[in-house]
Ligand binder design. Sequence first.
Ligand code: DUC
Ligand code: ZN
Ligand code: ZN
Ligand code: ZN
Length: 487
Amino acid sequence: MATTLIQGGTVVSATGRALVDVLVDGERIVALLEPGSELLGSDVAATADRVVDATGKYVIPGGIDAHTHMELPFGGTEASDTFETGTRAAAWGGTTSIIDFAVQTYGQRIEDGLAKWHEKAAGNCAIDYGFHQIVGDVNEASLEAMKKLPDEGITSFKMFMAYPGVFYSDDGQILKAMQVSRDTGMLTMMHAENGPAIDVLAAQLVEQGKTDPFYHGIARAWEMEEEATHRAIMLAKLTGAPLYVVHVSAKQAVAQLAGARDTGQNVFGETCPQYLYLSLEEQLGAESTQWGHFEGAKWVCSTPLRSREERHQDAMWQALRTNDLQMVSTDHCPFCMKDQKELGLGDFRKIPNGIGSIEHRMDLMYQGVVTGEITLERWVELTSTTPARMFGLYGKKGVIQPGADADLVVYDPNGHTSIGFPEDAAGHPTGKTHHMNMDHSAWEGFEIDGHVDVVMSRGKVVVEGGAYLGAKGDGRYLKRGLSQYLI
Ligand code: DUC
Ligand code: ZN
Ligand code: ZN
Ligand code: ZN
């Protein structure tokens, strides 16, 4: 097997940093070595098949994005990234594993929904991938099928308290599924928003002629997130199910999670880069010559962007520091403006919900290190190590140690990344700088004081020198174990 030495970098883990070299043999990490080490009497650097120079750079475990929606059917269209394009964009951004959501739609068997997701992903992914199961129809057959999912490496399922008529489950259905969660150790993931109430508020806004994208966020008020988060916590408490709340955006929802954790309940939460950086006020002010006020559709996602004035973004950063929130995923669910978001021209309810960020998560979170919101170690913990531990991948993923998969990123703190469709000095567009299958960027104009230089996925260098060297089908299905956070 070919060996690679990643030399001269600072290896950063969730718990510290050290100037050590990383030796990779085939698909695995085999040793962490003091610089200049000898192995069996010979100089490692001289005998390695290949040396990657990481001098002055960080070497981190590859990012794990535990919340993505490739090819998700939604709002009469389908998320614009395929497993091929979305995972390639992930690799460009230093993410080497994803966990996507296999969908069981209403009236469908779980087994059939899952088989369809395997079909979509198999042979198409650039990086390793696992699945959570969306349970969209709770009935006797589904509850039985759920019990078999851990054997397939699926140890978490997601339910929706929102989207009546699409993915929605009522409290009784959630209770039944949570009983399976308690009995099997599968993690219950929850989209916590009061969907029935939101739909009434949304309809009333549209009746009043308030149809611009911004009203999406008004209808999906933080009270609707706080209430649903509380309800999910109570149902989890009653059943004894471990609970993981996805895409937390309201500071009041964080308070619910923190309160439950303080009582010893096994509940967790993730937030996403959009809830750390973007706001409802900016969505309200968004306007372009092409789209007018409909420009705000680029940021229509659920949960919605929250008010900066109300300081939700500050609360999310704080919760990431205090561990009231444990991870950052993207909820990557991209839609183009043309033919997709524009389905909601004149009625914000018809805008497909979602933002594409898979390529930018590692950079955006690194910027939090630069601005002093989080430490370098916490960056690694939030984006790689905790996702691996939370979702049963740790040891193989999420850590740089002998025996782990060689999923590695060389990150340059002296590099720079401009996101979006920048213009040159004369104001001419230079083309898009990202690789997601989108005709815009929700992150237009973001500047990152760092750069993903080299990405290695299971021992293969897939990004280097600004070039993509990987191939469709490099990624394998990840059978996951139970969460390490079960008690
Ligand atoms: N939220 C989104 O923004 N997109 C897909 C589904 C969801 O819950
Ligand atoms: Zn959701
Ligand atoms: Zn989602
Ligand atoms: Zn020019």
